[in-house]
Design a protein around this ligand. Structure first.
Ligand SMILES: Nc1ncnc2c1ncn2[C@@H]1O[C@H](COP(=O)(O)OP(=O)(O)OP(=O)(O)O)[C@@H](O)[C@H]1O
Length: 349
């Protein structure tokens, strides 16, 4: 059954206006900066926040359609995995998972049999009797997932499901969650701040800013063609707006780039921070864009240093430790930035 929603809701001065369709078997990730409205959208889907307008339907059943239909949360076939799992501390893993089917009217023995099967599917059969505090973070996450799936929900809501895990556990748990989502035949909505979770787990990304969709599409498309500074930052690219006149583009932020392929009109231009090289004198090559920059900051990342550079345009450059040492990079240094034209990509704005 398809989830078909136009979520209009308000919380104080905030106003959400989100059109969202999720096909059966599809996983949609909702991404956005703090305060963009992701939690508000999840609450509206779950029925914890009634809509002020629009509609929310699953198949031909209206869940929320003001001023008419409203199906209360407990009557919606929904499974939820919260960031902190919200397992019942006084119940065993088995009874935590059995809780869902029980709450939906299953007989105790049947609910426990279902729960046992789900614990088995998430690889926790031998922990059925454990209380949540005896479980690791990754195990607790799997119990929470089993609990959400045990009711065979039509809609699965995942709210930052991996955020509480350390990096190593997160990698493994993400892969397992991906397998379960692949097999899940309902609609799934995942809220996350983590671009990797979204790219790996979702079929489609929906990016919210200020309660509105600013971009959506398959992860690969979004990663290649970001449309806002937030999305560019999320996928790790430099992004500029400008006006192209065939061979080149005049940038809104100042400066002009030569393009590898001709473009016309309002365009967005991207390149990766790794494509930027820094030089003490102006490099004199064809097919290279060069401009003067001032170093405003240098941050150490795992294997690279990221330099923030003011200029026309401002840019981010990822540099090796050798380059940073060679240039003795310090805030205030004036240098030349260079990017091969073949590394820049222009697409309609
Ligand atoms: N109970 C409330 N009363 C008034 N305003 C609220 C309430 N809860 C949230 N808001 C406002 O609604 C907006 C959206 O919040 P929401 O929690 O949906 O964003 P989010 O995208 O989930 O953010 P985060 O990534 O920080 O969790 C914010 O501007 C917030 O200040």
């Amino acid at each position: 059954m398809t989830l078909d929603a136009h979520l209009r809701a308000t919380r104080g001065a905030f106003d959400l206006d989100l059109a969202l369709t999720v096909e059966p078997g599809e996983v949609v990730a909702l991404l956005g900066p703090n305060g963009a409205g992701k939690t508000t959208a999840l609450r509206a889907l779950a029925g914890l926040l009634p809509l002020t307008g629009g509609h929310l339907r699953l198949g031909d059943r209206a869940w929320d359609e003001p001023p008419g239909a409203f199906v209360p949360p407990e009557q919606r076939p929904i499974g939820v995995v919260f960031q902190d799992y919200l397992l019942f501390g006084h119940l065993s893993a088995l009874d935590n998972v059995a809780f869902g089917p029980r709450a939906r009217g299953a007989r105790k023995a049947d609910a426990r049999a279902t729960a046992r099967a789900w614990l088995d599917r998430v690889g926790l059969a031998e922990h059925a009797g454990s209380r949540p505090r005896a479980l690791s973070g990754g195990q607790a996450q799997r119990v929470a997932l089993a609990r959400a799936l045990a009711t065979e929900p039509a809609l699965l809501l995942l709210d930052e499901p991996l955020a509480a895990l350390d990096a190593a556990t997160r990698l493994l748990t993400r892969a397992e969650l991906g397998d379960h989502l692949d097999r899940f035949t309902g609609s799934a909505v995942l809220v996350t701040h983590d671009p990797v979770d979204a790219m790996v787990l979702a079929d489609r990304l929906v990016i919210l800013e200020h309660g509105r969709v600013v971009q959506q599409g398959p992860p690969v498309d979004v990663a290649r063609h970001p449309r806002t500074p937030y999305v560019a930052d999320l996928v790790g690219l430099n992004l500029y707006r400008g006006t192209a006149d065939g061979a080149g583009v005049d940038l809104v932020d100042g400066g002009r780039f030569t393009l590898a392929r001709p473009a016309h009109g309002h365009v967005l231009v991207t390149f990766a921070p790794t494509a930027v090289s820094l030089h003490t004198t102006r490099p004199a090559h064809d097919a290279v864009n060069t401009w003067e920059v001032t170093v405003t900051g240098v941050e150490q990342h795992a294997h690279t240093s990221r330099a923030r550079l003011a200029g026309a345009p401002p840019t981010l450059a990822d540099l090796t430790a050798a380059t940073v040492a060679e240039l003795r990079l310090r805030p205030g240094d004036r240098l030349w930035a260079a990017v091969e034209t073949a590394e820049t990509r222009a697409y309609p704005a």
